[in-house]
Design a protein around this ligand. Structure first.
Ligand code: MRU
Length: 336
């Protein structure tokens, strides 16, 4: 991605550490900070300085590499620390398991973490190629393709390109006219990050309150929905940012295709049922406050699950680096 004409990634290796784009400062300020230890990485994941399933995985991989450089006997302790930083995105566990395997095979952890990061870029690019065809098909009979997305599943959630936004960038770059409805994604407002990304890339878009999406779908203002995922079970149930399920329901009612884009590292082959996905519960002040401003009376009880589960039956198709498949077709697509 280019920011102010300069090629930029969310995470970049530097001497003795990695430089990350601090996402808690966006979209107001573009600030990079340096992580040098496993503790730094766990802290960055927990506080959402880095966020988005693929990027969380890459950051954890570097975290483990830092720990092992300092103390070659610390693999177990550092893995547990990193694994406890956020519970829902399975990419974190995937990255730690891949690193542990590499370590067992005497592969340099720093090299392996770098490989995971590079592969993420290639994977997201391939997701873009798979998904852009869906957009292009609609462009054959409509002057502007209207897309709805939720949360941020763009390059900020990955190393580069993104998952759900990658097909949009690809189609836009190929000259297809795309307009994106961006739902704001209360309470953490990741939609603002999506708007910032789309603006930087020159993709036309409109930010809407989460509650507006059903109305847009019912009025025929959306040709397709595409979102990312934090964990997809073997049978195709999808955990994604809270509010995704409601959009999938509204899309089904409106007969609008609902796509979910993700890389192989987001699939949890160990579980079948969406109900078994651990759902992160975040601090209630994210609901009772906007920024530092209290919007609910003192003492109001609040509940703040960060993700919900969309059952496979509501998903039209999955968009992956291996191509597009029906939501019950993952095991065939990834069969060795
Ligand atoms: O809580 P976040 O911001 O880390 O949420 C993760 C996400 O960005 C989304 O759920 C996204 O759609 C999946 S990650 C590409």
């Amino acid at each position: 991605v280019l920011i102010d004409g300069k090629p930029t990634r969310t995470i970049e290796p530097i001497e003795g550490g990695v430089s990350i784009l601090d996402q808690t400062r966006l979209p107001h300020a573009i600030e990079r900070i340096v992580l040098r230890t496993a503790e730094d990485c766990a802290h960055a994941i927990r506080t959402m300085q880095v966020r988005g399933a693929p990027l969380i995985g890459v950051t954890a991989a570097y975290g483990l590499a830092f720990a092992l450089k300092k103390d070659p006997t610390s693999a177990e302790r550092a893995s547990q620390l990193l694994l406890s930083s956020r519970p829902t995105a399975v990419n974190l566990r995937w990255a730690i398991e891949r690193m542990r395997k590499a370590i067992a095979e005497s592969i340099d952890p720093w090299i392996e973490a770098g490989k995971i990061a590079e592969e993420d870029v290639e994977t997201c690019k391939a997701i873009g190629a798979s998904g852009s065809r869906l957009i292009q098909k609609i462009a054959e009979y409509k002057p502007t393709v209207e897309v709805l997305t939720h949360c941020n599943a763009g390059w900020l959630a990955c190393v580069d390109w993104g998952t759900a936004l990658s097909p949009i960038y690809r189609a836009h770059d190929a000259g297809v006219r795309v307009h994106v409805w961006v739902s704001e994604t209360r309470p953490r407002n990741q939609g603002a990050l999506t708007a910032w990304e789309l603006r930087s890339h020159g993709v036309p878009h409109t930010l809407v309150a989460d509650n507006t999406c059903g109305h847009l779908l019912a009025r025929g203002a959306v040709d397709l929905c595409i979102v990312g995922a934090d964990r997809v079970t073997a049978r195709g149930d999808v955990a994604n940012k809270i509010g995704t399920y409601l959009k999938a329901l509204a899309a089904r009612e409106a007969n609008v295709p609902f796509y979910v884009a993700f890389p192989h590292s987001t699939i949890d082959w160990t579980i079948e049922r969406g109900e078994d996905i651990p759902i992160e519960e975040r601090a209630t002040d994210e609901v009772t406050h906007i920024g530092n401003v209290r919007i609910a009376p003192e003492g109001t009880a609040a509940y703040n699950p960060a993700f919900d589960v969309t059952p496979a039956r509501l998903v039209t198709a999955f968009v992956t680096e291996r191509g597009v498949c029906a939501s019950d077709g993952l095991s065939t697509l990834y069969a060795k």
